[in-house]
Ligand binder design. Structure first.
Ligand code: TPP
Ligand code: MG
Length: 314
């Protein structure tokens, strides 16, 4: 139960982090842009719960949740959004440029599907060095139309690499509904031309995500990879800050909120014997983490522009 409560707390932490980010943008306290993953928390937490510390993950433009679930510190993620020196890229990268290889997180990526080739490289390295490492490469349904993804699939299949291309099929790519952008909306089948097995699972169900990923990681380690995994979900947030969401109805969103992965996880935990008090404690701990993260970010210094510039020419 302890591990499950930890995963629940992670999901709530991601939700509160993302809600704070949306608020901070509206208040003008954070600049630039960011893509929040509200509604997709079970994917981040489920994948992270299945991975071993030595495994690698690559992420997307919508990467805060993946990073935090993998062990990224919310306060340093927040500081990066505030453009502060204590952020993961010393405040110079922002939302889509954060990485911590010491915890096996090989970065968010502003180029859709950009990390799929990078993931193939990481998996090739793992294979050549006889490491038990397997790689989770996360991309979106829209990104699954990109050419680089098919180049990566080809090499991954040719070289039998331990990589699991994990597609968050959240119904939209910016304002384009999946059915309007993909010739075949079953993204699990995207590796078919390369004889890569495809698996589909409910991305709003923490347990389905964790157990499916766990099985695929074990298979990938034993040389049966690569795989394509489709996790079906719904992007409850807008695409990015300030998205008026005119391309879908509020009724559609309301229906999607009924499948909120956090409510589903809370129900599943209660069925397994968790008490309301335990869940509330997780929520309070998550809220305190986010409050601390904002305070940390706001009180952190700006990057030293002169020091940085001179380091380029040193
Ligand atoms: C190569 C490239 N083309 C276009 C964009 C602009 N862009 C940013 S996010 C996005 C949609 C991505 O949709 P999807 O892969 O489904 O991910 P989601 O936003 O749903 O998480 C696009 C087109 C980009 N960042 N990179
Ligand atoms: Mg999408």
């Amino acid at each position: 139960m302890d591990n499950l409560l930890t995963s629940y707390r992670t999901m709530v932490t991601i939700r509160l982090f993302e809600e704070a980010v949306e608020r901070l943008f509206l208040e003008g306290r954070v600049m630039g842009t960011a893509h929040t993953c509200i509604g997709q928390e079970a994917i981040a937490a489920g994948i992270a719960a299945a991975m071993e510390p030595f495994d690698a993950m690559t992420s997307t433009h919508r990467g805060h949740g993946h990073f935090i679930a993998r062990g990224g510190e919310p306060k340093r993620v927040m500081a990066e959004l505030f453009g502060r020196d204590t952020g993961y890229s010393h405040g110079r990268g922002g939302s889509q440029m954060m990485m911590d290889t010491s915890i096996g997180f090989y970065g968010a990526n502003g180029i859709t599907a950009g990390s799929t080739a990078f993931a193939a490289g990481l998996a090739l390295d793992a294979k050549l060095s006889h490491s038990p490492r397997a790689v989770i490469s996360i991309l979106g349904d829209g990104a699954s139309n990109q050419g680089i993804f098919y180049e990566s699939l080809n090499l991954a299949a040719l070289w039998k690499l331990p990589v699991i291309y994990t597609i968050e099929n959240n119904g939209y790519a910016m304002s384009t509904a999946t059915a309007r952008g993909l010739a075949d909306t079953c993204t699990a089948d995207r590796g078919k031309a390369f004889n890569i097995p495809g698996v589909s699972a409910d991305g709003n169900d923490f347990f389905a995500v964790r157990d499916t990923v766990r099985g695929l990681l074990a298979d990938a380690r034993s040389g049966k990879g690569p795989f394509v995994l489709e996790l079906r979900t719904y992007r409850l947030s807008g695409h990015s800050r300030g998205d008026p969401r005119v391309y879908r109805t509020r009724e559609e969103e309301q229906e999607a909120w009924r499948h909120d992965p956090i409510l589903r996880m809370a129900d599943a935990l209660r069925e397994r014997g968790a008490t309301g008090a335990q869940l509330e404690t997780c929520r309070q701990e998550a809220a305190a983490t986010i409050q601390d993260a904002i305070a940390f970010a706001e009180s952190s210094p700006a990057p030293d522009a002169i020091g940085f510039a001179s380091s380029l020419f040193a």
